[in-house]
Design a protein around this ligand. Sequence first.
Ligand code: ADE
Ligand code: ZN
Length: 326
Amino acid sequence: DQRYAYIDRLPKAELHLHIEGSLEPEMLFDLAQRNGVSIPFASVEEIRNAYNFSNLQDFLDIYYQGMAVLLKQQDFYDLTWAYLERAHADHVRHVEMFFDPQGHTERGVAFADVVTGISDALADGEKQWGITSRLIMCFLRHLDEASAEATLDEAVPFLDRIAGVGLDSSEVGHPPSKFRNVFARARSLGLKIVAHAGEEGPPEYVHEALDILNVDRIDHGNRALEDEGLVQRIVADGMTLTVCPLSNLKLCVIDEIGQSPVKRMLDAGIRATVNSDDPAYFGGYVNENYRAIASALDLSRDDLRTLAANSFTGSFLPEEAKAHLL
Ligand code: ADE
Ligand code: ZN
């Protein structure tokens, strides 16, 4: 496909990437040995063979198990550095990276080790390749709001390294409204706000993310397409959606890649972007996500250029930096 070379060279931003979801089976296996953590897999191949999911929860169960090998500040540095090498190869010029502190502090890892390891690597990535970044701290929505509040308390001394807060993990049964107070406080601290909504959950959760959390961006947002009024509002507000095609396929949000909503979103006037979500688990980094939909949705170069431009426009970079990158 002639579009692949074009995709590879396109400068792009990645706006939906869980750093823990970039933990490749090889590194998972090596870190288990380095840290003396026992894992229920005898080989890298066994790990990879376990990556078969029929829904979000199936994936999350194995994702939380995988991150248990991350213990030291250096582990978080190495993980982030490995992602940045892949991102650089894909011509990613800017990344807005999620991390799940509760997945680590729950296991006794110090919050400071997580944030410092990740953000030191991000700083080195900017020095080495000029890749700019923002770090977004996600609250796990299957836990209660008090736990999210305690996590925000822990983040306060590190707000020079954290640009925003997000909401992830098991969606259905955990609507955005469960977290209204902690997001209001995050906003008052000057943090940007994003939330996963409409991945498996209904359009009502997207409404709540907009109305109650006051989000600056929606992560996934697939099911917003079921509500025409909601689509019109997203278009009118210039709201960015961070869509993840290979993730949607692996988590059975769609049955085949041709059902990816990206082209329908573009045609509706929505500022859609293409992202990898958890590339080590879903079979591809950002360029592979672009390639998969370019073929399946028969995207034009114009569409591809629009998607890459949207990734900068929808980022939290200052306007003058966007202008320079566009
Ligand atoms: N955590 C990591 N990836 C996620 C996803 N796609 N949805 C919800 N929580 C997540
Ligand atoms: Zn995600």
